[in-house]
Design a protein around this ligand. Structure first.
Ligand code: SF4
Length: 296
């Protein structure tokens, strides 16, 4: 179970979305309250516990989309999941736009009782960058306003996600500077920097978003002094050999095992046990020649 595709519609149309082009065209019937409850109950009956493959066996539930907050029964579903799984960490992945409505944000903050976190993607430091990636004019203003409301309300735990690909990598340091300026109390949220996945729309748009690790890790290195200013910053999908030594403790393994590979060079690497390896789809597009066995 761990990820429940909560809803198919979205008011963004992100160039690197991992959903396939057909996803948003589904009629959504299976996402209605009854269907979602049946899905979870089937899972719990058939073999729970609810856990993610990447959580080390710790129970966990992730609500994804589309854009979950657009679901017409969003609050009923939230109440059901929270009541049905007390104590299980739930993460909602969102574009953050609906939280620009303070009334909606307040209702969400009240319903999302801990342990609960919300992950919101920020695509850049300006409307010019963010809206071009999101494919929606006005998205940046709403997402930033949504982040401000969530922080002002003081809960649930907030994670700001920056996904690196060809259209965002150049503005990465500016995105970090923007966060420090706009939300200076950086201890109140976590920043997660993600090398994009090649799947769904990002595969369909690959010429527009293609980025090798050499490009994303150069951006990380250049931004190291800024990165150090965030008390909690994590890196997802980066092989350890692709980032400089100071950044390796920030790397996390969060992809299911079947989505990653360890090419021959990894056999000689002393970091393998702590390393995400290479994304399977990345190897198909770019090969594995960038990898270098580490000796620790
Ligand atoms: S060589 Fe392989 S195991 Fe070692 S750091 Fe690179 S990707 Fe990870």
């Amino acid at each position: 179970m761990p990820d429940i595709a909560f809803w198919n519609k979205c008011d963004n149309s992100c160039v690197m979305c991992t959903n396939p082009p057909s996803f948003a065209l589904q009629d959504g019937a299976q996402y209605r309250l009854k269907g979602q409850i049946e899905k979870l109950e089937r899972y719990l009956k058939g073999g729970g516990p609810v856990y993610a493959k990447d959580s080390g066996g710790v129970p966990y539930l992730s609500l994804t989309g589309g854009e979950p907050t657009l679901h017409p029964e969003f609050f009923q579903l939230l109440a059901y999941f929270r009541r049905r799984l007390p104590g299980v960490p739930i993460t909602l992945l969102s574009n953050g736009r609906r939280f620009s409505d303070l009334k909606f944000a307040k209702r969400f903050a009240a319903a999302a009782r801990p342990p609960f976190s919300v992950g919101v993607a920020l695509h850049g430091p300006s409307a010019k960058v963010h809206d071009a990636v999101a494919g929606a004019r006005g998205a940046f203003a709403q997402t930033v306003s949504g982040l401000a409301n969530l922080l002002a309300l003081g809960g649930p735990a907030l994670e700001i996600r920056i996904i690196l690909h060809k259209k965002t990598v150049a503005s990465f340091p500016a995105a970090l500077r923007f966060l420090l300026r706009k939300f200076p109390d950086a201890g109140r949220y976590r920043v997660t920097v993600i090398h994009y996945e090649i799947e769904g729309m990002s595969e369909a748009n690959h010429d527009a978003v293609a980025l090798r690790f050499s490009g994303s890790s150069a951006a990380l290195s250049a931004a190291l002094p800024l990165i150090r200013r965030f008390p909690e910053l994590r890196l997802y999908h980066f092989p350890l050999c692709q980032v400089r030594a100071e950044l390796r403790p920030l790397c996390r393994v969060t992809l299911p095992r079947e989505e990653r590979v360890y090419p021959a060079v990894c056999r000689r690497c002393s970091a393998r046990k702590d390393c995400v390896g290479l994304m399977r789809e990345y190897r198909k597009k770019f090969g594995s020649s960038e990898l270098k066995a580490l000796r620790r």
